[in-house]
Each structure stands twice: as C-alpha cells, then as structure tokens.
Design a protein around this ligand. Structure first.
Ligand code: ADP
Ligand code: MG
Length: 683
C-alpha cells in the first residue's frame, strides 16, 4: 500500500508539523485518507444555544453572554471565580488553571461563548473549566453540524484533531477517488462511501442516520473478518504433524480404562478434530461445551495419537490451581499408558524447573501441563505437536500466532477450549479465525443445579442449611467477590467471612483460598477439600474455572451482582458434578438495582450457558464475554454487534469471495479500516 504511506502529505495540511504528524502516526494515521477513516467516538451538540435559565443537567451545553465579574481566590490551589450572564440569568464559572493575561483577555471581551456541563449546587449554577471562546464583537454563527469527538492521544487536542480532519474532508471526494471495494451487489442499495463518511464526521443536526452508519459498519466488519481469515491462512499454510490412524493404541487403552462411555457429543467432536489432524496442516479449533461437559477428556484423547506418533502435547490453563488439577488428572490417565506427564508453573523452584525445561527440550516429557509460563520464549520443545488452551478468553489472536514458533520444523495444532459459550455474533467476528466444535450434551446422571436468589440479610440462615447438608456428607463453596476493589481487599473479605462462618459453625472444618496465598498453600487447601477433609471452602473467584470436586453440592456466591452472567454460570458449574442434589445460592447485596435483580433471576431460571452468554453480550458488551476489554483487541469504530448482527451472513459470504479471489481488495480493506499490516503486527 505505498500510496497511503506519504508522510509529507500530512505535513502539507495547515498547522501540521513533525510533532503533530508524530502524534497522528501514533493513532495509526499516516495519510489524509487514513484521516477520513478515523471516525468519531461520539458527538457533542453545539448547534443550539441554551440559556442559563433552561440548562439541563448531565450534558454539556453551549451558552452565549458576557463575563460580568472576576475574582481570584488565593490559597494552595488558586481559583478564579467568574460570573457569566445572559438575558435569562447568571452562572458561576470556576477555573483552576489560568494566567493573569488570560483573565485580562476575558475582561476585555465583548461577548463569550462557553461550552460545558453545568452543576447545580444550592441554587447556584456552576461550570468547572468550561471551554470559553472570546469575541471582540458579536459571536460568529453557530456550527450547523454536531461536533465530533475523536479518539486521540497525548499532544493532540480535540480541536486540533478536529481541524486536521476537517481539512482532510475539505479536499473533497475527487482528491481521494475512494474505490468502491465491495462490488455493486453490496453497494447499489447503500449510500456512497463518501456520503457516509461525511455524514459521520459532520452530521447535520441530530445524530447521523443509520443507513450511513450501516454502510461503514458493513465495510468495517468485513475488514475485521478478512484480517482474522488472513491470519488464519498465514498459520495454516505451514506443515503440521499428520495423524496416522495406526497410532490409536493408547487412545483405545484409555477409553477401555474409563468407567464410562463417551457421550455422543464427545464422540462427534472427537471425529471432527481427527479430521483436522489428518490434513497435515495446523488445526485452529475452538472446542466449546458447558461446564462439566467433558472437554478435558476430549483434549486428552486428541493428544494421545500425536504423542504416540512421537510428538509432544502441552496444555495451558489460566490459573495455577487449575493447571495442577489437570496435571493430576492427566497423570492418572497417561502414566498407566507409559506416557511421561510434566507440570510447569511460574512459581516453581529453580532446580525442578531446570529439569522440566530440559525434559521438554530433549523430548522425554511428552505431555506437559502449565500456566502462561508454558509458552514463554525460553521454553523450547523438541517436537511440539499440539497446544491445548483451556479457557481461551485470556489468550488472544496475537498469542495464537506466536505458537507457531514453538513447533520447530512443524507447526503445532491448536485446540482452544472454553466453557463460556461464544454467541454466534461473536463467533462470526472475534473468533472468525477458528473452526468451532460444540459439545452440546452433559454426561448422564448429572442433576441440574437448583439456584436461589436470597438477600444478604439472610446469610445467617444459610449456615443452618449448610449444616444440614454437611450432616448428609455434602460439601460447599462460599465465594466472596469484590471486583471493584483490589485483590488484597477481596482476600480480606474472604478472611472475615471465614471468621464469621467459623463462629457460626464451630464444629465444622472450614478452609480458605484466595489469590494472595502462596501456590503450595492454595493447593494444600484445595487438596484437603477434594479429599473430603474440609466441609466448607471459602474462596475468591480463583476457583472460577475448571476446579472439579464432584462431592461438593452447594455453591454460595456473595454479591453475585458484581459478576457477569457467564462468570456466575462458571462458578455454579463447580457443583452439580456428582449424583447429589446441588444448590447454588446467590446472596444478593441489599441495595441492588432492578436490572441487577433481573440478571440474577435469569441465572436462577436457566441452566443454559448459551442463553446466559447471549444475555451478557446484550447487557455488557463483547469485551466482558471475550475477556478482551482490557486489551481493546478488535474493538470497532462504527460497528456494534447489537445493531449490525444481521449484516454478518452477507459479510461472511463476501469475505470468502474476497479471500479466495481478490487478495488486493483484501489488503486495501484491512489497511483502510485497521491500519497497515506491518504496523498492526506490532500491537
Ligand atoms: P469441562 O468440560 O468443564 O472441562 P471436565 O472435562 O472437567 O468438564 O469433566 C467433568 C467431569 O466429567 C470429569 O470428572 C470427567 O472425568 C467426567 N466425564 C467426562 N466425560 C464423561 C462421560 N462421557 N461420562 C461421564 N463422566 C464424564
Ligand atoms: Mg474444564
């Protein structure tokens, strides 16, 4: 894309020098054309003048009038207090950053225009640091378009960026000759690209009409999908270990050793995966299935023939706790088959760690289980053939690609497992680089968990209920949540809850795990619970994923309103794993909103993880469902899944055509919407 790489083009704009250009580059903007596709995050309305007497709370508004008095209040933090008046009344303006010269300018002004959000404080209307524009005579006419607010960066103010983009737009459509990249079937019934861009940058009064937004969202979603497909293509064109149907002795042996049969769903996904493995190209597959559906066993059965054929397999779990459980489980399954199972975590001592690394390097460790430590740079495998990633949401697209380097001459297959069902809209956007297999059936004999929502005030009654269950030989989890606070204070909440419960249930054995404990302390407590030597385990959400103690039949969650629905469902999945009737008690805070109450009732009313994930997506947006909110991975400028889901089928079809037949268009769309690929690769 050499034509979009002309740094001097930006400096050709008025008031753009090297420093500003640098800031623009940091935003991924290298040309005027890039500026056109840098779209507003929101708008402010400066098209109408509001009088002091008619201000509304909560939104910034524009006023015109005069500054009629000024005073400076000395002190550690100097303040200027100004009086602003228009024909309807007066308001106070407070400034904390100002110079004498600035105050003089305000004094000599004949009129001012201010823009800011009013506060109403004991009968006084007040503005803290509004934008103030000063005029010698009458103010110029008001804007007739909404004011766009752009994503920006340090050293590039909103008005400056706005001015720069306005200049880029002023060059007009002929300057850009924006090619239609979509083909006439998609564009004939939609507005032209240029018109849509103008409508978004400079919307006439009122928000831009949806056909314009949709026109751009279509292209943007298409570009994102193409990027994921491109990355997938880049990964799968390499050679990977090829499954030989002869290498099935260990799999057969494990299946014979199990006290149960695979469910039909497990059998089906195993076949799907086996198909992938015969091609000689790397698999990139997402395995989704509700908590307890038996994904781990499927992963083990996939690993066996590859190990039998001489390759290594690695399983990465999101927490140390879970990695240990997996390590125990895999040892139980694999050691009788003569397969060496290793465990690698971040908190390991130097000596055992060195030995482990050596065994990975020389290939004597055939199956390794660990946390993120597993795929660090310094870890070298002899023949990594399969990487299994449990609970994918903390593992991003970029990391998936890096795994290629772990495979030496052959690229490893990837199996990514999740118990958080991916709604279709997300699967088609954020996970478009993966094939999907779904286990849609639980093993027989599970009893559905009965869920209740109780108020916090009834916490003491619950201890009686627990006591009765313990008499019957049951066990319980008690989860403390405090996501707004630090890990430290969650730990403290869990400690104080433990103390209270010990007072209420003095004759019971109560343990505690939280994220601030040392790894071996945690695993001691977990082991005691798993062996039935504890009745009750108080915990933070460290036990959220994967922990498997079939005898546990009660889950109490404090302040469940603070968690996402999918997360609550995960926690609830820790019980209902054995034959005992199981309960999940959501101890809601006293002052929760109506909406929170409805969310909790939804958890009460359905045991279907898919329904809950869809609801999460609707209520909290995709970041929470995918866990990518912090990284901002794949966030859209225009599109949003709630409004544009119905475009996705058309987009998928078109993306396929472009991918196969028009690599040039693919590159252009990606550059237009996401940035230059060489630039993007470093994100
Ligand atoms: P998840 O899908 O949540 O990771 P697990 O793999 O932890 O589920 O499986 C939960 C439990 O169910 C484990 O104890 C596992 O051994 C058992 N399990 C797996 N498959 C079956 C099956 N087909 N029949 C009975 N139990 C099974
Ligand atoms: Mg699991």
């Amino acid at each position: 894309m050499p034509n979009t790489r002309q740094p001097s083009e930006l400096q050709g704009l008025t008031r753009v020098g090297p420093k500003v250009e640098n800031a623009l580059n940091r935003l991924g903007l290298y040309s005027c054309r890039d500026l056109l596709f840098h779209l507003p995050a929101r708008y402010e309305d400066r098209t109408t003048r509001v009088e002091v007497a008619h201000l509304k709370p909560g939104i910034p508004q524009l006023l015109e009038g005069e500054i009629t008095s000024q005073s400076v209040i000395p002190g550690r933090r100097m303040q200027a207090i100004l009086t602003f008046e228009d024909i309807s009344g007066a308001a106070r303006i407070r400034l904390f950053h100002f110079s004498r010269a600035y105050l003089m300018t305000l004094k000599s002004a004949q009129s001012v225009r201010i823009f800011g959000e009013p506060r109403f404080n004991q009968g006084v209307t007040e503005f803290i640091h509004p934008e103030i524009a000063v005029f010698k005579g009458d103010p110029p006419p008001l804007d007739d378009t909404l004011t766009p607010i752009y994503p920006t960066t340090d050293g590039l103010s909103q008005p400056k960026l706005r001015d720069i983009i306005r200049q880029a737009l002023a060059k007009g459509p002929d300057y850009y000759a924006l090619e239609e990249l979509l083909g006439t079937t998609q564009t004939s019934h939609r507005p032209a690209l240029w018109d849509a861009l103008v409508a978004l940058h400079q919307p006439a009064k009122g928000l831009p009409p949806s056909p314009f937004i949709e026109r751009l969202a279509f292209e943007e979603l298409l570009a994102h999908r193409l990027l994921l497909l491109t990355r997938r293509d880049d990964y799968v064109r390499f050679q990977a270990p090829q499954l030989k149907t002869k290498a099935m002795a260990t799999r057969t042996a494990l299946l014979e050793q199990l006290p149960f049969h695979l469910t039909l769903a497990q059998q089906r996904v195993l076949n799907e995966i086996d198909q992938d493995l015969t091609h000689g190209h790397p698999m990139l597959r997402l395995l989704q299935g509700d908590v307890g559906s038996g994904k781990t066993l499927v992963a083990a059965l996939v690993a066996l023939p590859l190990i039998e054929a001489g390759f290594q397999a690695a399983l990465m779990a999101p927490t140390e706790l879970l990695s240990e459980q997996h390590a125990v489980q895999f040892s139980e399954w694999f050691r009788p088959l003569g397969i060496a199972v290793g465990w690698l975590t971040g908190s390991m001592k130097a000596q055992p760690r060195r030995i482990m690394l050596e065994q990975l390097k020389n290939g004597t460790c055939q199956m390794v289980i660990g946390t993120h430590a597993l795929f660090q740079d310094e870890i070298v495998f002899k023949h990594l053939g399969l990487a299994i990633i449990d609970e994918q949401h903390r593992f991003g697209v970029a990391q998936r690609l890096l795994l290629r380097e772990k495979g030496q001459s052959l690229t490893p297959h990837q199996l990514i497992m999740t118990a958080t069902p991916i709604p279709r809209t997300l699967a088609m956007t954020h996970f478009a680089d993966l094939d999907v297999s779904t286990i849609d059936e639980l093993p027989p004999g599970r009893t559905p968990v009965e869920t209740r929502v109780l108020s916090q005030a009834r916490a003491s009654e619950i201890s009686e209920r627990l006591d009765a269950q313990f008499d019957d030989g049951g066990q319980a989890y008690w989860v403390c949540t405090l996501i707004e606070e630090t890990e430290q204070s969650v730990a403290e909440a869990a400690e104080s809850r433990t103390e209270k419960l010990r007072l209420q249930l003095p004759h019971r054995r109560i343990g505690l795990v939280h994220g601030r404990m040392k790894a071996d302390e945690k695993s001691q407590v977990m082991a005691a619970f798993a062996d039935g030597n504890l009745d009750l385990l108080v915990a933070t959400t460290v036990i959220e994923v994967g922990v498997n103690v079939p005898n546990a039949n009660i889950m109490v969650i404090e302040n469940p309103e603070r968690l996402g629905l999918a997360q609550l469902h995960q926690l609830r999945g820790r019980v209902g794993r054995g034959a005992r009737v199981s309960f999940c008690i959501l101890l809601a805070g006293d002052a929760i909103s109506q909406q929170s109450r409805e969310r909790l009732n939804l958890v009460k009313d359905t045991n279907d993880g898919f329904v809950l994930a869809e609801a999460d997506l609707r209520l909290r947006g995709p970041g929470d469902v995918t866990g990518t909110r912090q990284t901002g991975e794949l966030s859209f400028r225009v599109a949003n899944l709630a409004d544009h889901a119905d475009l996705l089928d058309e987009i998928a079809e078109l993306a396929e055509t472009i991918r196969r037949k028009h690599p040039d268009i693919r590159q252009q769309l990606i550059a237009r919407w996401i940035g230059h690929e060489e630039h993007f690769a470093h994100v």
